[in-house]
Design a protein around this ligand. Structure first.
Ligand code: GLN
Length: 203
């Protein structure tokens, strides 16, 4: 089984650890560079990207993590994790760090007050079976995606949130996967299984 780290500085770490185990990997929390160097892939949880960005610096993980990502470390970010992995975050704090592992521009808290949190069933490329139930909590969307980026899911056209319709909410670029929503919260481990397959070189 691959050993997958879950960045354990802030956010819904426990949920990702549990889902990563259920998806067939060994899941370990990562708080220091020595722990980072031992994992085959890293999950960046949902939470608050500004706080996580600051803690990455405090825990002296920012440069080691950038280096491993440049060297091809597989990564999966949900929500705040997606924001961190992006090349650029709009509506973020100017001093927020970007890991620049995905050629995407995200907009933080993009869905706005009316739909601060919402749930939606999504078609998700690479995930077999029924549509994926997705939970969005003060979620970003992907405003721009580069040529190398594969779009895996978009918000369907639905009454009530026209602005959100067709917005990109899941992407993959090489070994890096990200969702604007929280697959760790629904008990459906199919997205985590996709990440395990990516780590194994099977997807
Ligand atoms: N709004 C948060 C941020 O900007 C992300 C929310 C989440 O991870 N649920 O970091």
């Amino acid at each position: 089984r691959p050993v997958l780290g879950v960045l354990a500085l802030q956010g819904d770490v426990a949920e990702h650890l549990a889902m990563t185990e259920r998806a067939g990997a060994v899941a370990v929390p990562v708080r220091r560079a020595a722990e980072l160097s031992e994992v085959d892939g890293l999950v960046l949880p949902g939470g608050e990207s500004t706080t996580m960005s600051r803690l990455l610096e405090t825990f002296e993980l920012l440069e080691p993590l950038r280096e491993r990502l440049r060297a091809g470390l597989p990564a999966f970010g949900s929500c705040a994790g997606m924001i961190l992995l992006a090349r650029q975050a709009l509506d973020g704090r100017p001093d927020q760090h970007q890991l620049d592992a995905l050629d995407i521009v995200v907009r933080r808290n993009a869905f706005g007050r009316q739909v601060d949190s919402f749930e939606e069933d999504l078609e998700f490329t690479g995930v077999d079976g029924p549509p994926l139930h997705a939970v969005f909590i003060r979620a970003p969307w992907v405003e721009k995606a580069g040529q190398e980026v594969e779009v895996l899911a978009r918000v369907p056209e639905a009454p009530g949130h026209q602005d959100a319709a067709a917005r990109i909410v899941a992407v993959r670029q090489g070994m890096v996967l990200a969702t604007a929503f929280h697959p760790e919260l629904t008990g459906d481990e199919r997205v985590h299984r996709l990440f395990v397959r990516i780590v194994r070189g099977q997807a």
